[in-house]
Design a protein around this ligand. Structure first.
Ligand code: HEC
Length: 220
């Protein structure tokens, strides 16, 4: 074999890794970033007045198949003039729904509201503003749509959970809050009484994580 040919052959395996460095067109290639100025037109896209490469959807645009016209289910409001907060649940509340609500509540709400809903969760103990107890007469009497509305839109310093908790789960949480409220004698506004889950199978009403697991495990 001629020496030059041999050298060429030796170079071939080295070319593989090298090509990774030189052909990075996918990485550096020109492309449009969403709503950013267009590199195709250095001075910005001539199509739109603000030189952006695309348009945001027209306000209130609804994607096909995503219209949420069921007001009670998606807004917690009655389908009638004035749209008052609904006082009923939009679907039957079963044991399964309450269990799901308990699980979601413990994940998303208890860090501030506490596992019993008295408003003394761990984040509050670390300095976050204290939410009101769910056992206040005002919140016992609030229409159930209020809880759905607070989760959906936030309330005062509490931020919205509509991107984290889907509508059905918001209702499940609202149902669980009703269960918590029903387990406190009227007049009690704190979490001092240990939770006696109305539907619980654990007679102590122990709300420790292990007890919660047992409860879920023994659910019918
Ligand atoms: C980061 C802490 C935090 C989390 C998490 C949180 N909340 Fe709140 N919540 C608050 C605070 C603080 C208030 C009081 C807000 C105010 O009055 O400005 C409040 C108020 C409320 C109220 C009372 C509204 C009224 O009429 O006074 C309800 C009901 C409520 N939250 C439900 C929930 C539910 C359900 C969840 C879980 C999906 C949740 N919150 C998660 C902090 C939190």
């Amino acid at each position: 074999m001629h020496r030059p040919t041999l050298r060429l052959l030796l170079l071939i395996p080295a070319a593989g890794p090298l090509s990774g460095c030189v052909s990075d067109t996918m990485w550096n290639g020109s492309r449009l970033k969403p709503l950013a100025g267009s590199p195709v037109y250095p001075g910005g896209s001539p199509v739109f007045a603000n030189q952006s490469s695309a348009r945001p959807p027209v306000p209130d645009t609804v994607a096909r198949g995503q219209a949420q016209t069921d007001l009670p289910l998606y807004a917690g409001r009655e389908q009638r003039p004035g749209r008052p907060l609904t006082t009923t649940f939009p679907f039957p509340i079963t044991r399964q729904v309450v269990d799901r609500g308990q699980e979601r509540f413990n994940i998303y709400c208890s860090p501030c509201h506490g596992r019993t809903g008295d408003g003394n969760g761990m984040i509050v103990q670390r300095g976050f503003p204290q939410p009101p107890s769910y056992y206040l007469p005002r919140l016992r009497q609030a229409p159930v749509g209020h809880f759905f509305d607070v989760i959906t839109n936030g309330y005062g310093v509490m931020y919205s959970f509509n991107d984290k908790v889907k509508p059905e789960d918001r209702w499940a949480i609202a149902a669980y809050i009703r269960v918590l409220q029903a387990t406190r004698p009227v007049g009690v506004t704190t979490g001092q009484v240990r939770v006696q889950h109305a539907l619980s199978t654990t007679p102590t009403g122990d709300m420790s994580p292990s007890a919660a697991r047992t409860r879920t495990g023994t659910a019918p």
